[in-house]
Design a protein around this ligand. Structure first.
Ligand code: NAD
Ligand code: TDX
Length: 339
């Protein structure tokens, strides 16, 4: 089985590459990644010499490069993680989100049609459903919840989702789509809440909490997300959407306080700052469908997952320090520039 994994040098994509090489040692995994600021090739260093792994630096919007790779590798499955993923950046500069998240998805699906890919899987997000009110804890996002987006990021992901379903209906492309809640774990880029707070707390820097800090996110350990995608690409029904989440809702401020407690730091570091524009109040996934149809359940409890994550950041300063300093962006040129 040949699987092209796009965005495999990012947070979830790299965890997925590691998971697949371990869970399916007979599969060939080809990672296609543009190595934007969020892609870090040093993350993939442990598998670079694995004969079942290949890394290709390319943009998913680059039709020629994508076509060439599909021609060479004749993939059975494509899993698209590649995206601009940070809501705050989408508010500053929406354009690149439309290009990568929507156009890039169409380029990958055109190549998938042309080369007879057996399964195209789109990795999407619960943010396409908009948000839920804090005073209605009985409400959850199901696969039937209408698309109703708030940010340029979530709108671009929703646009891609609609295109994916349209390619299935119009062209019969064998697609599946997953919409997951907030992930956390190793290799999470330190612009996102959990790694940002861990690293800033370690440096005794102020912790910027948006608005009143009461916004709720539904956190899932990244490995559980990877296992869900593995199940969907093998056993999921073509044309279907699967919500992925573990009923683990937490207010931002409680996460920040928990991190401070675990690190033995003072809550005086917390600084309330201006709220994110259009800030979604609450996300909460109903994962009944993936549980009933595919038998998926999250395996890592939040208390264990957050402990493992904090420990990982404490032990892997060599991974995040170059990101903080910006050095990692020269890594590809230095290591692979003439290869
Ligand atoms: P990330 O920002 O950590 O990684 C994105 C990766 O995509 C990087 O390696 C980057 O170099 C690559 N990339 C970006 N633009 C590209 C392009 N034009 N061509 C090729 N590669 C490109 O993101 P992540 O948090 O790992 O998210 C992965 C996917 O999962 C995204 O599609 C995101 O929308 C979705 N998702 C993320 C979460 C979450 O909590 N992080 C939750 C649900 C869904
Ligand atoms: O400095 C901060 N202070 C703060 O209060 C940051 C970076 C975030 N926040 C808040 C905003 C959110 O309510 O924390 C919450 C989480 O923020 P992010 O880590 O930016 O994640 P979020 O906006 O929820 O989106 C994430 O989950 C869904 C991913 O980045 C998306 O790619 C995914 O689709």
């Amino acid at each position: 089985m040949n699987i092209i994994v796009t965005g495999g040098a990012g947070f979830i994509g790299s965890n997925f590459v590691f998971h697949m090489l371990k869970a399916h040692p007979d599969y060939r995994i080809i990672c296609l990644d543009k190595l934007t600021y969020a892609g870090n090739l040093s993350t993939l260093e442990p598998v670079m010499s694995n004969p079942n792994f290949r890394f290709v630096k390319a943009d998913i919007c680059d039709k020629e490069a994508v076509d060439k790779l599909f021609e060479e590798e004749k993939p059975d499955i494509v899993v698209n993680f590649a995206a601009e993923s940070h809501v705050d950046r989408s508010i500053e500069n929406p354009q690149i989100f439309l290009e990568t998240n929507i156009i890039g998805t169409s380029v990958l699906m055109d190549a998938s049609r042309k080369h007879g890919v057996k399964r195209y899987h789109q990795v999407s997000t619960d943010e396409v459903y908009g948000d839920l009110p804090l005073d209605r804890p009985d409400l959850f996002f199901t696969e039937q919840t209408p698309i109703h987006t708030s940010s340029p990021y979530s709108s671009s992901k929703a646009g891609a989702d609609l295109l994916v379903l349209a390619y299935h209906r119009t062209y019969g492309l064998p697609v599946t789509l997953s919409r997951c809640s907030n992930n956390y774990g190793p290799y999470h880029f330190p612009e996102k809440l959990i790694p940002l707070m861990i690293i800033r707390a370690l440096h005794d820097e102020s912790l910027p909490v948006y608005g009143d800090g009461l916004n709720v996110r539904d956190w899932l350990y990244v490995e559980d997300h990877c296992k869900a995608i593995d199940l969907i690409i093998h056993n999921g029904k073509v044309g279907e959407v699967y919500n992925v989440g573990g009923h683990n809702e937490m207010a931002n401020i409680d996460i920040v306080k928990l991190i401070l407690k675990e690190l033995g730091k003072s809550e005086d570091l917390i600084t309330y700052v201006t709220d994110r524009a259009g800030h979604d109040r609450r996300y909460a996934i109903d994962p009944t469908k993936i549980h009933n149809d595919l038998g998926w359940l999250p395996e890592t409890k939040f208390a264990d997952g957050i402990d493992k994550t904090i420990k990982w950041y404490l032990e892997n300063e060599s991974w995040w320090q170059p990101i903080i300093s910006g050095e990692y962006q020269n890594y590809y040129e230095k290591m692979y520039g003439d290869k």
